[in-house]
Write a protein that binds this ligand. Sequence first.
Ligand code: GLN
Length: 210
Amino acid sequence: MITIGILGLQGAVREHVNAVEQCGAKAIIVKTVEQLAELDGLILPGGESTTMRRLLDKYHFMEPLKEFAASGKPMFGTCAGLILLAKRIGEANDVHLGLMDITVERNSFGRQVDSFEADLTVAGVADSMTAVFIRAPHIVEAGENVEILAKYNGRIVAAKEGQFLGCSFHPELTDDTRLTQYFIDMCKDAKENTEKNIDIDINVAIDVSI
Ligand code: GLN
């Protein structure tokens, strides 16, 4: 069974829990650093990135989240969560976790259209899926190892870099769980690879002791 955590300090938490459970994985709302140890992957939900950052500092999450990333476990940032993952944020905003090689711009789609739905093609995930954008950021620039998964009006709105997945929109607000499933599959692969490596380590240890 794959266990997915949803950072539960602020934002669209419950909707992600429902989406993960619909995919048949176990969902845990993460409110303390200790809970990170139980997870195979972590979702950083949408909400308000500056508020989330304040809470991450208050509850001492910053270093543990960087360690979680360093352990190779997948992380999925949606909307504000994407901003938390980015290595660079436009307009001199403070960088938060700085894990994914992208530059993001906040509130990119203008005041008049605070929220809207669009039909997107998401590479490797869906030929057509409805995406809900709410005061959404977009990816202005992506490093060479970043795979661009979706664009809307020429702007990058979904991308993957190794263990990191990010999107500008809210996949948890529709009934379409394909992107959530895609992330869970990333977590399954990462878990299997870690287990294989542990097996190899044990065999090497046995060889050495013989
Ligand atoms: N505008 C928000 C921010 O900058 C993100 C909005 C969202 O997550 N729906 O953090």
